[in-house]
Design a binder for this molecule. Structure first.
Ligand code: P1T
Length: 379
């Protein structure tokens, strides 16, 4: 089955009790048992819910995986992955990643004896240098948030296999439409479903997709034991969002290209970070592992002054200044003070994240209007 057909059909069967074509919102916390332990596969909605189950099957199909698991947020999904490990274990992550991921690693899990190393993972040698007998997992985010670095998933998978490590990939910026990490050797794919998969900025949710049955069992045990599950109404909204994921991603990528090219020739713009530009340092890896390059773009203004960036952000009309990304509407952000404020400035500097950086989530409006907005805001 091809991607668009999967987006519309996978996981979704007509409801057996009524014939409803769209999976109903099973707004129930519990299910009848005719005798203790005698039920129809559903006992309690933290453990299983039919609307969530349909979404988990849909997400697994989109990622070419066997099992999907949904969580109440992207960070809830990350939390479950890290709970696979024990005190003393070490995890190597990219040094350019979502600020909230950095925060849960360093501020929550380091307290429990886990150790995290942050390295520029687009350089595979930098990963290998940090691997020791304590290393248990590589945590890859690609493209990275917000510097849009591309990490080679196949090369990371070779390293993970050689050293018997779990390879997890945060695929939030790419979505399964642009990239399928499991096909490239990853063990776990993670999504902030809040973003492109939901697609309409009206749901907060996370997901994991895996192939391995025992990994699925361990993660489902954590999901049920810790309880960070989404409600059925949110699962319904995401099932609806997924039906247009392929069409939205095509338009995000088309608009992304037009905006990146516009910014790239603008006399007041300094650097443009978008993996589809041939000048992007990891463009060849991006071409190898991605089908297109998406709608996330970061850029700086010449002179690198934070106050100039703030002025542009204040002037935007369509690129609304807000946290988050991946919705149909365009958004803008100032990573240093917003999404990445929890990363210490010296670490942001090492990753090249300047206080003057602007991040755009290019929506699916008409590109001409978006370019007009950039023109009036940048001047
Ligand atoms: O917000 P939540 O659904 O919990 O997902 C966290 C998350 C994980 N991974 C990546 C790559 C992300 O971008 C995010 C959330 N990011 C934003 C809110 C943001 O504006 O960058």
């Amino acid at each position: 089955m091809k991607f668009g057909t999967k987006a519309i059909h996978a996981g979704v069967e007509p409801d057996p009790s009524t014939g409803a074509i769209m999976t109903p919102i099973f707004q129930t916390s519990t299910y009848v048992q005719t005798s203790p332990g005698q039920h129809k596969g559903y006992e309690y909605s933290r453990s299983q819910n039919p609307t969530r189950h349909a979404l988990e099957k849909s997400l697994a199909a989109l990622e070419n995986g066997k099992h999907g698991l949904c969580f109440s947020s992207g960070l809830g999904a990350i939390d479950a992955v890290i709970k696979l490990f024990s005190p003393g274990d070490e995890i190597i992550s990219t040094n350019d990643l979502y600020g909230g991921s950095y925060r849960i690693f360093t501020k929550i899990f380091e307290k429990y004896g886990l150790k995290f190393h942050f390295v520029p993972m687009h350089d595979t040698k930098a990963i290998e240098e940090k691997i020791s007998d304590k290393t248990k997992m590589l945590w890859v985010e690609t493209p990275t948030n917000p510097m849009m670095n591309i990490i080679d998933i196949e090369a990371s998978s070779r390293l993970a296999k050689k050293h018997k490590l779990v390879l997890a990939v945060d695929n939030t910026f790419s979505t399964p439409y642009l990239q399928n990490p499991l096909d490239l050797g990853a063990d776990i794919v993670m999504h902030s479903v809040t973003k492109y998969i939901g697609g309409h900025s009206d749901v907060v949710m996370g997901a994991l997709v895996v192939n391995d049955d025992s990994l699925q069992e361990r993660l489902a045990f954590i999901q049920n034991s810790c309880g960070a599950v989404p409600g059925p109404q949110d699962c319904f909204l995401v099932l609806r969002g997924i039906k247009t994921l392929h069409i939205r991603m095509q338009r995000h990528s088309e608009n992304g290209r037009k905006i990146a090219e516009y910014l790239n020739q603008h006399p007041k713009v300094g650097k443009v970070y978008w993996p589809g530009l041939p000048s992007h340092p990891n463009h060849e890896v991006a071409k190898k592992q991605m089908r297109d390059f998406g709608g996330m773009i970061s850029f700086t203004l010449k002179g690198d002054k934070q106050e100039d960036a703030i002025k542009v952000l204040e002037k935007f009309k369509y690129f609304t200044l807000a946290e988050s990304l991946g919705g149909v509407e365009s958004l803008s952000g100032h990573p240093a003070s917003m999404t990445h404020a929890s990363i210490p400035k010296e670490d942001r500097d090492i990753a090249g994240l300047k206080d003057s950086l602007i991040r755009l989530s290019v929506g699916i409006e008409d590109a001409e209007d978006l370019i007009e907005d950039l023109k009036q805001a940048i001047g």
